[in-house]
Write a new protein. Structure first.
Length: 744
């Protein structure tokens, strides 16, 4: 009653009546443990799937398949499906107990599967679980023995169905823009993996175009031979726009100046020029002294041979330059020292009537005379007339050399440009079409890394022009100068001028350039498509093939996460937003470019890519394993013979002892007859250079073990039998062979 009253007051009720009923308790069901449930399930499963080859262990899969992301200890029995990428079976320290362990991934996360079994249970599993096979595993998560990580204990392991991506198009495309792991910190494609995939898809060829290097060529060549697919050797370079190009022909004027100081402190004392034509004929010359308004220094007097009175009587700089400008007219200016001319242009400013666009002979010497050291390419200090004549001679020789290399145009630089070597670079695709083209590709890659490296291995346009023979040049991706010019809305004339430099033009899926929309450089996807349409129209107008490429950086779409990791490590803020730079099938590309119309899409995706591939020969990037390259030095045989004979006569007299003469004849005939004279001269020049620089070296091996090597200065060891020799009278005595000789 007390309770009823309290409840009535608490809930403000009129009355409360409580009744009590006693019930018997329900029996408590014993909960199955995880171990009991697992054993019952495995026993039923094994009984149910007798003879089912898809079941490798345990029973059939009954749990729902879940993603590997988010697996935890709290999860009940579950199943995962993925690809095995590592496996091992080994015996533990406990006798008779074996461990089956393998790692699997669903390309979003990975899990390690571990199961301890008795020896009789492990035998049926040997060889059944292999790398790259797909399986479905049912089980639960548990802690590792050290409690520091999670692993999966399997109840059942079954084969899982998996269909690889295939290119089922009746006509296949060719990928002409692809990066492997040799594109440092940028791509994740395995060289052999991507080539094997292209072959399995039925592609007849594939190009390798790593950034600035050719390191993948050895593995790529081996993989292409194994998979019977044509390999196209290429590189995506960093083009440095250091010049424009003008055709060889017409008249040239070699210009030289004598001056002191730089910038506003420049003082000009002398101007000279010499006119010549592309055939090497000197036509006429020009010379004038200049009144600088200051007394000449002693160095100026020595160079010009004139005193202060001569300069005082000369015209001032503005008059002298005007006269020089009238002399030059429309002819192409040739200079050697860009710094001197740059100082002259700085002094004159906008009033200078002389064109700043010049051919640089020092640049041509650097590209055409690799045998010369930097100091050898510098002209000696002379008067302006002599310097102009020397410049003309170098230009004539360079033009002749360019014509031998089938180079039809010369680089023209802006002599007044500052920080020329720090200009922004543009991407460019270089493909070797012939064996000479492959050699030129190697040269460009070498020179870009050795001579022109600034943050990236850059290829100056002037250098590319010299070594362009046998190469097919593509306009590359959005980082190429053509695509950039279109995005920047440059004039039609300028865009066509840029496009004229390339052998083919390139377009890519709009997803590759989606960042342009994010950065406000393009309005939307439609404008990205408009950029590609512009390139297609440009190709039609200029008669240049347009090819669709994928700019491949990883194999499968889901592999973008690996590139994101690489780019994140380098500080890219948008690394997680990866463009779809995966290896696409022909149908993928046809669908991507369907907005061009089916006919045009077929042309850029299939026809033109195959056309470029057909233009490339089957090349040999290096000698086979059993072959070696022997260097070839012009005149090496005569030079080696002269060195050996001169030294022998110097040591043994005018008439050589019989043993010496026979030994020289035998070795020289063998060395020269078998083509080893160049090898000997390489060793001789190396030893001579090292010794002259103060580094004592000793030659060993086959080259250093001969008497000729001693006579040529390659080694200090005389390989003749021990003998006596008088350095004054040249008398020699060979006791062991009974030979002696005395000079006249």
């Amino acid at each position: 009653e007390k309770v009823q009253e309290q409840m009535r007051q608490l809930y403000r009720l009129k009355s409360v009546e409580l009744s009590v009923r006693v019930c018997a308790p329900e029996p408590v069901k014993k909960k199955k443990t995880e171990t009991t449930e697992r054993k019952n399930w495995e026993r039923k499963g094994r009984a149910a799937v007798s003879g089912d080859e898809s079941v490798l262990f345990g029973g059939p899969i009954t749990a729902d398949v879940v993603p590997m992301t988010g697996l935890s200890l709290k999860m009940p029995t579950f199943a995962v499906t993925g690809r095995v990428f590592a496996e091992e079976i080994y015996e533990t320290r406990r006798p008779g107990v074996w461990c089956l362990t393998f790692d699997m991934t669903d390309e979003q996360n990975s899990v390690r599967v571990v199961k301890y079994l008795k020896e009789k249970e492990i035998e049926p599993l040997r060889g059944k679980i292999n790398v790259d096979m797909y399986v479905t595993v049912q089980g639960r998560m548990k802690l590792t023995r050290d409690g520091m990580d999670l692993q999966m204990e399997p109840y059942s392991i079954c084969l899982a169905g998996h269909s690889e991506r295939m290119d089922n198009a009746p006509q296949k495309r060719v990928e002409l823009h692809l990066h492997t792991r040799m594109s440092a910190m940028d791509a994740t494609c395995g060289v052999s993996e991507i080539i094997e995939l292209a072959a399995n898809w039925g592609h007849k060829a594939i190009a390798i175009t790593d950034h600035g290097v050719v390191h993948s060529f050895p593995e790529a060549k081996k993989a292409s031979n194994k998979n019977n697919i044509k390999l196209i050797f290429g590189c995506e370079g960093y083009l440095l726009p250091d010049c424009e190009l003008v055709p060889i022909g017409g008249n040239y004027v070699a210009l030289a100046v004598t001056l002191t100081g730089s910038g506003i402190h420049t003082r000009v004392f002398e101007l000279a020029a010499e006119r010549f034509n592309s055939d090497g004929k000197i036509i006429d010359s020009f010379h004038t002294f200049v009144n600088p308004g200051v007394p000449p220094t002693g160095a100026i007097k020595r160079l010009t041979g004139c005193d202060a009175e001569t300069f005082d009587a000369a015209p001032v700089l503005s008059q002298a330059v005007k006269t020089l400008g009238d002399y030059i007219g429309d002819d192409t200016i040739v200079i050697h020292d860009r710094e001197k001319l740059g100082s002259l242009f700085d002094l004159l400013g906008e009033s200078c009537p002389i064109s700043r666009n010049c051919i640089s002979t020092s640049m041509l010497m650097q590209y055409l005379r690799r045998d010369l050291h930097a100091e050898e390419r510098v002209l000696p200090e002379t008067g302006a007339s002599e310097a102009a004549h020397r410049t003309a001679d170098i230009a004539i020789e360079s033009i002749r050399k360019c014509e031998e290399l089938h180079v039809s145009s010369l680089p023209v630089i802006d002599a007044s440009a500052k920080d020329l070597e720090k200009r922004r670079t543009n991407h460019i695709i270089l493909i070797a079409a012939t064996q000479p083209g492959l050699k030129n590709l190697y040269k460009l890659v070498s020179y870009s890394n050795l001579d022109h490296f600034y943050k990236t291995p850059r290829i100056p346009r002037s250098l590319l022009n010299i070594h362009r023979e046998g190469l097919i040049i593509g306009s590359a991706c959005e980082a190429g100068e053509l695509f950039r010019a279109i995005v920047d809305r440059r004039s039609e004339e300028e865009i066509e001028k840029i496009a004229s430099f390339y052998d083919y033009l390139e377009i890519q899926p709009i997803g590759n350039n989606a960042f342009l929309v994010r950065e406000g450089l393009a309005a939307d996807d439609d404008e990205l498509r408009a950029f590609n349409k512009k390139i297609v129209e440009l190709g039609e107008k200029m008669g240049k093939p347009v090819v669709a490429t994928g700019d491949v950086h990883f194999v499968e779409p889901e592999d973008s996460v690996f590139r994101a990791v690489l780019m994140s490590s380098m500080g890219y803020k948008d690394a997680v937003i990866q463009p779809p730079l995966y290896f696409r099938t022909t149908d993928d590309m046809l669908n991507e470019f369907s907005y061009l119309g089916s006919k045009k899409a077929h042309e850029v995706v299939i026809e033109n890519t195959n056309k470029i591939a057909d233009m490339c020969d089957v090349l040999r990037p290096f000698l086979d394993d059993k072959q070696t390259y022997s260097p070839e030095l012009p005149g090496a045989a005569d030079e080696l013979q002269n060195l050996a004979l001169t030294k022998a006569h110097e040591l043994y007299g005018e008439v050589l002892p019989e043993i010496v003469q026979k030994r020289l004849d035998k070795e020289l005939n063998s060395i020269i007859g078998n083509g080893y004279s160049s090898l000997y001269m390489v060793a001789q020049k190396l030893v001579h250079k090292s010794n002259s620089d103060g580094y004592l070296v000793g030659s060993r091996g086959s080259v250093g073990s001969s008497f000729v090597a001693h006579m040529a200065g390659i080694t200090e060891v005389n390989s003749l039998p021990a003998h006596y020799r008088c350095p004054k009278c040249k008398y020699s005595e060979f006791p062991d062979v009974g030979d002696s000789s005395r000079c006249g």
